[in-house]
Ligand binder design. Sequence first.
Ligand code: AGP
Length: 615
Amino acid sequence: MCGITGYIGKRDATPILIEGLKKLEYRGYDSAGIALLDNGKMNVCKKKGRVDVLAEEISKKPFKANLGISHTRWATHGGVTDANAHPHVSSDGKFALVHNGIVENFESIKTFLTKKGYTFKSQTDSEALVNLIAYHYDFRTDESLENRFLEAVRKALIHVEGTYGIAVISKEKPDEIVAARKGSPLLIGIGKNERLVSSDVLGFAGRANNVIYLDDGQIASITIDNCDIISIGNKPIEYKVKEIDWELENADLAGAKHYMQKEIYEQPKAIENAIRGRISDDASTAILHGLNMTAQEMRQVDRIIFCACGTAWHACLVAEQLIEKYARIPVEVEYASEFRYRNTPIEKNTLVFVLSQSGETIDTLEALRESQRKGFKTLAITNAIASTISRESDGGLYQYAGKEVGVASTKAFTSQVVICLLIALHIGRMRDLSYTAGKEIVEAIKKLPNLVEETLQQAKHIEEIAKKYAFNEDFLFLGRLDEFPIALEGALKLKEISYIHAEAYPAGEMKHGPIALICPECPSVIFANAEDVLSKVVSNAQEIKARKGKIIAITSFPEAFEGLADDIIQLPKMHDCVRTIVATVPAQLLAYYIALERGCDVDKPRNLAKAVTVE
Ligand code: AGP
């Protein structure tokens, strides 16, 4: 997702804006730019490439300003070029805008404005928006209005279809930033005699301890010491100022080589955070007040739907197996991007969960909204405090995994799976799960941080294996039951950061087609930790071996793969309910080391964004 920062205050805006952009680099981008209002002059500098390239460029210019906006762009409309980078300036030179999201009707807007004499330098949808604001300022707002700038933005946004998080500055009003959001997060930071704007608290560069979260359809007028918010319908909005929990928000490398490495190693702590205060030894269950549901209400639930995207969708697939196994409720898993358009028939006693690390993924947010429009209680599991999805849901659970900076999700995934296990326990103990069975699950969950810690000790061994296979261009990942989603997650990790083509199948499916891929150059990673299907998985491994396929077994039954697997990553013996979480760790490390061996940027993989707020 692109990053936005804005500053108005008494200090030199440039270093603050650049520092804010650097804090947002982890989200993924391909160009960066800045606009500064310096004594009524609009100075803009924008470049494809990294923020450092922009900083280098701007250091050559004598810009001094106390008001500015800046942006890191992840290309949607238009290629990666300097001209397509934000900020975009209206053709009359009066306004500069940065934009996250997509203006879906930008062609019709451009056609209308071109007829009015406006010109365009880029291929972007965002440039249509800044010219639309200029048009409304000049032709559709009363020039005597004190808040003419705000009103022009409001009137322009009424005509916009799609999503936006924007910050706009104007030569006509050099003491004000106008910000607005619809579907793409926009926050206002309150500092001492200064105000900041960003798409993420990190973009405040530590200069604000209090924050206002704009909601969809809200527009803010921000000055050095004030903030007024109106609705798109021009009604004043009462807003709450929240304190930023920097403990949870702060993310630095803390000695690790990469954020992804740091976050893989943070998983024992992330799991502890996920379960803290949510386990009841006495009742052998999980206490989940955040679900906002009484036992009676939960008893009424006879179907559950899970919606998410990407890695979070894989967590939903594990949740499906855990809840069906321990709570005996049928579960369906939907891609959020499909759910919102598929018009799934949902019976009245259906409970919907959405999972999202960032809490801002537009597909998942719209799936939540669609579920609520159909009148269903929709709960969220998110990692980002006060994120849009967490604020709009009917309840839910925070992961408390701490900021996840690496674009490839690691600790957020295992933390989501742990929380889904707690949900399975919670619901199961209201139904047929016995006190004893509940107790076993509680004990297994408590041991989980140590099991993950123990598995992390295999990193050196896994690194050696990674070096053997780092230059294969195809991989198969195979697993049965709840380890098939882990095979999917392992394949996605490898794809995301090493750009190797990797596919995952239920191990039993391999012989129905994918086995055609088996050859010495296409290694298979096999997850084999479910004792009840171990012999079947071993047979699948033998089918691969018979075709000279290489095998990497991730298993707590190494003896079953002696003489069969080319490499074995041994996992500790563990309770069934936690095996998926433990088995994920070697898959994450394997992908990490292969990507390093291939010289890939593990924290900022090409083409990827940390939170995808465009459809
Ligand atoms: C995971 O490694 C990816 N970065 C991506 O698939 C991600 O899981 C997906 O975009 C969903 O993000 P969310 O959890 O923030 O909604």
